[in-house]
Design a protein around this ligand. Sequence first.
Ligand code: PMP
Length: 454
Amino acid sequence: MNMQASTGNLKQLDQSHYLHPFTDFKDYASRGGRVFSRAEHIYIYDSNGHKMLDGMSGLWCCNLGYSQPAIVEAVTEQMHKLPYYNSFFQCANEPAIELAKALVDVTEERFKHVFFTNSGSEANDTNLRLVTRYYQLQGRPEKKHIISRRNAYHGSTIAAASLGGMKGMHDQTNGLDYVHHIDQPHCYEVGPDEEPNAFGLRVARQLEQKIDELGQDKVAAFIAEPVQGAGGVIIPPDTYWPEIQRICDERDILLIADEVICGFGRTGKWFGSETYGIRPDLMTFAKAVTNGFQPLGGVMVSDKVADMLLSKDGEFAHGLTYSGHPAAAAAGLATLKILREENIISNAAETLAPHFQGRLQQLVDHKLVGQVRGRGMFAAVELVRDKASREKLAPESAGAVFCRNTANELGLMVRQTGDAMIMAPPLVSSTAELDSLVDMLVQALDTTAAHYGI
Ligand code: PMP
């Protein structure tokens, strides 16, 4: 069987049988997609041998790139030793215990407990279960409303889709009626004519208004990503987070930081909460905790919440067959060890991020670029037809889709969200590799400008 034939066959099977996430099934069944076969360092190779620089770290998870034999060995060793056992019924396993401790060690002082899931979505479901129990144990069950933000992404289970603020997902979900949304701190889109810090205060204060509207004794928590990732790498103005923290403190509202993308170095520190100086009561993690090599997520539970849960009798009626899976936990342990011992996060923050953001900032002069925004090792480049009026390049984000497809053909994996090009390269990229990422992006922008006659 030659390579070409086998690829063709695989693609046929893919189109015939495989329903892909967040995909137009009808379109995929007729057009198909790209089958990836292998990866090395920060490069991915499709079944035709086409090499791409992965500017998205997989799906924001392979922060250490793809060549990490220590993680593979840790998982393999664990699979030989104890491939599975559950954490229900007074049972535990060694790597899950060790990973719990390792996570406590890399998070702030007030986090001493962790609940494991398989994914970020399940971790956010777990947050709702924890918050509900926390208030029930205090005899305040009516304190159950959750406030989130429009255009947020918190996962795809029914609870997580409700928490998220994506209209397309809400339209397809019979969601929770106790989740409410306020504006996102996206100045370019929501407050284009406002001074950013004034805008930051204004949208943060929507939280206070929503609490007043619902009644403080009915509101349980506010959930947000330190930097919205999937929504378009939305960097909040400096005034935003301090004001949100003030409101949560004064109004007796739990703060949940969804660190699924921001966690493990993406923003320049271990967690986005540290970068923005916030003190969440619960912290969602997933993705880069295992470098994407095994499915694992969870919630870091602060003393404020844990003390209540641990002080009362009665079971927490929640858990997953694979909560604390030993092989996934082994991957997490090996990943944290590399992050710590190889100074990956500080190196990325001190050397790579300034280089990357500096190169991207030069693109503000490009005729198609309306805004460049970024922090640490992720960024977004907003495309426009006209810089002054911010007129869109094409309806339905077609301009950014064209630019993304062009970049893909050039050998760069980037993502498009709305009219923005999104990048989150691995933290193990070299500065030369980041240059090559930006060079390919510029080429894609030039081709897009020529295509639209600009
Ligand atoms: N929260 C955030 C901030 C995310 O970006 C994601 C995934 N992109 C999730 C939650 C959901 O995680 P998962 O896909 O592992 O369920």
